[in-house]
Design a protein around this ligand. Structure first.
Ligand code: TPP
Ligand code: SF4
Length: 289
């Protein structure tokens, strides 16, 4: 924690983002830095793990500890870091292709495991960095650079999937509403367990359907309808909403023990602080011969 109040700009790296002008990633970048400042975290208090994509390029634009992983593999890196140092704050940034496609398997099992990290997905419904191929969330019929005759596959619904797979915190935000997004990032980070925040993020270059204007006409805040986020059936029904009405806010939250709390070997000092010279693996090695 810092002694003097922190500002959004304290997390700026020397590099200004290279995203296309008007890209929805700018709103998420702002929201993340706002959240860190409000939480009073110094850049050295947090590790941000990134996947590969326009979203993952944020690794160059945020001043904090960072690890730019492989496509689809940000979650296992982040979980490994958290288990090695349970006192470290760990946030993961990735795209919908990265996290729901190539990394979909990691996503499902992270939801079940409930390791205390926060996963923020920049859901622009397209592969941005590789120039506009279909992604797991692209809508049926969309013409993309890899589907010249329109998408045939049914899109996945990330928030419904997360609730069904056992997520303990599932929320959705819109990158065009930075104040709400900032608060949701803070809520997600404060949640004791795995938190999933799907951020609706217009890609102004390759997705000309799900634009800022398109979202502004459809998004509504769950607070405005007194949504009960402890009710799983209600949360699931809201999570399925898409088209004319799209919910933002916390869809589902439950408190249950984290993976770290249940694993007896992790009780006490974080693994990184334990002296290495007390570790004796000779018995294990002998049992293998
Ligand atoms: C293992 C592997 N497969 C494929 C790629 C190529 N690749 C890089 S980024 C990307 C898609 C990124 O899309 P998304 O995750 O939606 O992120 P965005 O760029 O839209 O933020 C792909 C397929 C790669 N780098 N590594
Ligand atoms: S290609 Fe799309 S997601 Fe990538 S920087 Fe440009 S507008 Fe943003």
């Amino acid at each position: 924690m810092a002694d003097t109040p922190l500002k959004n700009t304290d997390y700026n790296s020397p590099h200004f983002p290279t995203w296309c002008p008007g890209c929805g990633n700018f709103g998420i970048w702002t929201g993340l830095k706002n959240a860190f400042a409000e939480l009073g975290w110094k850049p050295s208090d947090v590790l941000v793990v990134y996947g590969i994509g326009c979203s993952g390029n944020m690794s160059s634009f945020v001043k904090a500890y960072g690890f730019h992983g492989l496509h689809g593999r940000a979650l296992p890196v982040a979980i490994g870091a958290k288990l090695a140092n349970k006192d470290l704050h760990v946030v993961v940034i990735g795209g919908d292709g990265d996290g729901y496609g190539e990394g979909g398997n990691h996503f499902l099992h992270a939801l079940r495991g409930n390791v205390d990290i926060t996963y923020i997905v920049h859901d622009n419904q397209v592969y941005g960095l590789t120039k506009g191929q279909m992604a797991p969330t692209t809508e049926v019929g969309e013409v993309t650079s890899s589907t010249p005759e329109g998408v045939i596959d049914q899109p996945i619904d990330p928030v419904a999937l997360a609730i069904a797979a056992g997520g303990s915190f599932v929320a959705q935000a819109f990158s065009g509403d930075t104040p709400q997004l900032t608060q949701l990032i803070i809520e997600a980070i404060k949640h004791p367990g795995f938190s999933h925040l799907n951020v609706l993020q217009p890609c102004v270059t390759f997705n000309h359907h799900n634009t800022f204007a398109w979202f502004y006409r459809r998004v509504y805040k769950l607070e405005s309808v007194n949504h009960d986020f402890s009710n799983k059936a209600e949360a699931f029904a809201r999570a399925l909403e898409w088209g004319e009405k799209i919910p933002t806010g916390i869809l589902y939250r439950e408190i249950r023990p984290t993976w770290e709390a249940k694993e007896k070997e992790l009780a006490g000092l974080p693994l990184v602080q334990r002296p290495l010279d007390t570790i004796n693996i000779s018995q294990t090695l002998q049992s293998l011969t």
